[in-house]
Design a protein around this ligand. Structure first.
Ligand code: TMP
Length: 386
């Protein structure tokens, strides 16, 4: 299936530019019936997406900060309670929240982060971080820096990596025998259930399932031994894998996915139709509000918003502006749809009765924060069920 020509999701522009003049790619995901991966067929070059101006910072969300601190505690307690001199490598450590907590818990850690601005912040917070893409070729350099590690961790990173086999090979090189690979990413099953097609954007080359993770990593002697469902990013799974030649029983999620026929093409054909229905409903619901001359504001200029806006064709003639807490985005415009992005202010929703919640995956955090909007009966709009 194709979602049409898509700009870079985080490619917020300094002035209004027509979509025809922007770099775009055909955003076409496909399902592989051999290895059960759901992945993009084309992707922009990595340097176009992860660079010194990379706009996402974990520390902008109090909820995510808490999530990663809790994750560090849970992973340490569940898998490494009796280990001494524990060492961890995080691939794509962003601004270092997870490793900062591991450091507090006595781990020796190293972050590997290709985006200079966030890597710099991680270092500022005392998290030893090198500015690099992790790959099989760089695994040896990294090994000379920290040695073999007990844990390789990644959050919302593996799904960004097109050369996943190369990275899996690098992970196998750097893990101690019996070392763990633990990573979490948006879950394919949740995307199918919620029709949250905006999980698909340039950076997310894969939307993983337990089946696909098992198929990819087992080729490198790393076995999927457990899965944990998470409510982050609109439904994620933490995959727990171990470098081992022992045969573990498959996690229950594998059977569940087979029962839901997620290893068969029909489910994805149905998803395509569901996306088209969702698009038509979204356009119609915003048109109805505009027909009544009510203004519409957008809340959070997320990467996902680029998919929604470009797939549905909604632009600055429908949405006045989007408010966001990330300084990098202020004064810019959404790519392809040219909606101005303004600094989030406490009173920014006051003049609005209708707000498109692009950060629908943070609904509970945001709804709890926007007490006035809620008290006035403000209407959160989203293409997914909130
Ligand atoms: P992402 O979904 O691409 O990670 O982007 C999240 C964006 O949402 C980021 O720019 C910050 C913004 N945001 C807000 O503006 N307000 C909020 O309350 C939250 C949770 C996020």
């Amino acid at each position: 299936m194709s979602f049409g020509n898509m700009p870079i999701a985080n490619g917020f522009v300094k002035k209004r530019i027509s979509k025809e003049k922007l770099y775009t790619f055909d955003m076409a995901p496909a399902f592989c019936t051999n290895c059960s991966t759901f992945q993009l067929l084309n992707q922009p070059a990595a340097e176009m997406m992860f660079h010194k101006n990379y706009a996402f910072r974990t520390r902008t969300s109090a909820f995510m900060v808490q999530h990663f601190r809790n994750s560090a505690d849970a992973i340490t307690n569940n898998y490494f309670k009796n280990n001494t001199n524990k060492k961890a490598l995080e691939i794509g450590c962003n601004d270092g929240v997870f490793l900062e907590r591991l450091n507090e818990l006595g781990w020796k850690t190293l972050g590997c982060e290709p985006s200079a601005n966030v890597a710099e912040t991680a270092n500022k917070f005392g998290v030893n971080t090198i500015e690099k893409f992790f790959e099989a070729a760089s695994a040896d350099d990294i090994k000379s820096e920290i040695g073999l590690v007990d844990l390789v961790y990644a959050a919302n990173v593996m799904c960004h990596i097109p050369n996943i086999n190369d990275v899996a090979e690098g992970i196998a090189k750097i893990l101690k025998p019996s070392g763990f690979l633990i990573f979490e990413d948006p879950y394919l099953g949740s995307m199918l259930d919620r029709v949250s097609y905006d999980q698909i954007y340039d950076e997310h080359v894969f939307i993983f399932s337990a089946l696909s993770v098992q198929n990819i990593f087992s080729k490198f002697g790393i076995q999927l031994i457990d899965t944990i469902s998470l409510n982050t990013h609109g439904g994620s799974v933490r995959y727990v894998l171990q470098k081992t030649s022992k045969n573990y029983p498959s996690p229950k999620l594998i059977q569940l996915e087979q029962d839901k026929k997620m290893d068969q093409i029909g489910v994805y054909e149905e998803f395509k139709l569901a996306c088209e229905r969702s698009k038509n409903q979204f356009i119609a619901s915003l048109a109805k509000i505009k027909d009544n001359n009510h203004p519409i504001i957008g809340y959070a200029a997320t990467s996902k918003s680029t998919t929604v806006l470009n797939y549905t064709g909604i632009d600055d003639s429908v949405i006045d502006k989007i408010v966001d807490t990330s300084p990098e985005k202020w004064g810019k415009f959404t790519p392809g749809s040219n909606i101005p992005i303004e600094q989030y202010q406490l009173d920014c929703l006051d003049k609005y009765q209708n707000a498109v919640l692009f950060a629908w995956n943070h609904f509970h955090e945001i709804d709890a924060k926007e007490t006035n909007f809620k008290a006035r009966g403000g209407n959160w709009i989203s293409h997914v069920k909130l």
